[in-house]
Design a protein around this ligand. Structure first.
Ligand code: SF4
Length: 86
């Protein structure tokens, strides 16, 4: 959600210091399906921190600092063979 808020600010849809009101619309697969709305806010400080983290990750990748971080996502990952061989 912070990435979306960052893009809104970067493309001048919100003022640089404005908060962005966000909503997750969650469709729950229950016996009777149910939609839940979870509201959250992203501040300019959140966006600034996101940009800092994203830039550091990009810099790490560009410098070859990539290593496996096993998790539940590995079973569906296109890079799982490369990771096993790492
Ligand atoms: S297999 Fe995919 S998800 Fe798992 S650590 Fe490697 S890159 Fe990450």
């Amino acid at each position: 959600m912070t990435a979306y808020a960052y893009l809104l600010a970067a493309n001048k849809y919100v003022l640089p210091t404005s908060k962005v009101q966000c909503e997750f619309h969650i469709l729950r697969k229950l016996v009777t399906p149910k939609r839940e709305i979870v509201q959250t806010v992203r501040t300019a400080q959140d966006r600034k921190r996101f940009a800092k983290v994203a830039n550091r990750v990009l810099s790490a990748i560009e410098n070859g600092m990539v290593y496996p971080q096993p998790s539940w996502m590995c079973s569906d990952c296109a890079y799982s063979d490369a990771c096993k061989a790492w």
